[in-house]
Design a protein around this ligand. Structure first.
Ligand code: ARG
Length: 283
């Protein structure tokens, strides 16, 4: 995570960003601190990336890259306003992230990290349409060695500009690593007809989110398979999650919503290499 020390809305690169509104940066920092403390209280470790002046969107750490099997590929952004964030996250991977993570440098193609790339066990759901390109999907598959890691990339086309990143329209709730079956939640209308068909086939038991829950970025979720961290405004979705046995944890991120992001946008998940079991582990 990266604190919103320099957060503001000074350019508009998505429909959520309203240049005539006002942003309370101190409140953004307080809400972000609450999110971080909430993760930690549920047993998660949070590494903090140093924010940089002049990069107001750097708080949306999910966009900084993707880390799978210990391999970290830093982002390349669509808009020049965010271009310097790619090298900033790359530096973190190469310094503080080492040796747990191997930095592969920055992607060549336009690729906005976990904004568009969601890991679901042996699937990598890959959004395109507004930011991350199909050419970047191919680059990610090759450079992260998805085939050799047994991971299949599934491209999904986004069609509604309000849901410009995959993580605004689809949430991974359970990647299947413990329960054995994957669960996602998504808002069908954000996807092309072909992508909707793919999602129906892959996830027949998905939680289908309402337009209201999508419109507060309620799908911008981080889940550990039990606790589901999401906007406290997504009340109907929280009830549906409870019915499925999840524990929704609502967070107020009103200020960061003004930049077009919520819980997941603030959070890049680090996946270390999975080595063989050592005698210590099995003792
Ligand atoms: N203002 C940022 C942008 O438009 C918001 C990014 C939100 N991040 C995310 N993972 N969806 O690029």
């Amino acid at each position: 995570m990266c604190p919103p020390t320099y957060f503001d809305v000074v350019y508009a690169i998505n429909p959520w960003m309203d240049l005539s509104g006002s942003v309370d940066t101190d409140l953004a920092v307080a809400q972000w601190e609450t999110l971080k403390a909430t993760y930690e209280s549920r047993g998660h470790r949070v590494d903090v990336v140093q924010p940089e002046p002049g990069l107001p969107d750097m708080v949306y750490a999910a966009n900084g890259g993707i880390v799978v099997g210990g391999r970290a590929l830093a982002a390349r952004f669509t808009f020049p306003e965010r271009a310097a964030e790619g090298p900033a996250y790359e530096r973190w991977f190469a310094t503080e992230g080492a040796p747990a993570y191997t930095s592969l440098g920055q992607s060549v193609e336009v690729m906005e990290g976990e904004g568009d790339l969601l890991v679901a066990g042996d699937l990598l759901l890959a959004g395109t349409g507004f930011r991350t390109t199909p050419a970047a999907h191919a680059e990610v598959a090759e450079r992260l060695g998805l085939a050799e890691q047994g991971i299949t990339l599934v491209p999904l086309e986004l069609v509604d500009p309000r849901y410009y990143h995959l993580d605004t329209a689809l949430a991974m709730l359970d990647d299947g690593s413990i329960s054995g079956s994957r669960t996602v939640a998504y808002y069908p209308e954000a996807f092309s007809p072909a992508a909707q068909e793919t999602l129906r086939e892959l996830f027949p038991d998905a939680v289908v989110a309402s337009a209201e829950d999508a419109a507060v970025l309620g799908l911008n979720i981080v889940s550990d398979g039990l606790h589901v961290f999401l906007s406290d405004r997504a009340t109907r979705l929280a009830d549906d999650l409870k019915d499925r046995g999840f524990v929704p944890v609502g967070i107020d991120l009103s200020e960061l919503l003004k930049g077009g992001g919520s819980v997941k946008c603030c959070t890049l998940e680090l996946r270390p290499a999975v080595g063989p079991l050592t005698p210590e582990m099995t003792r």
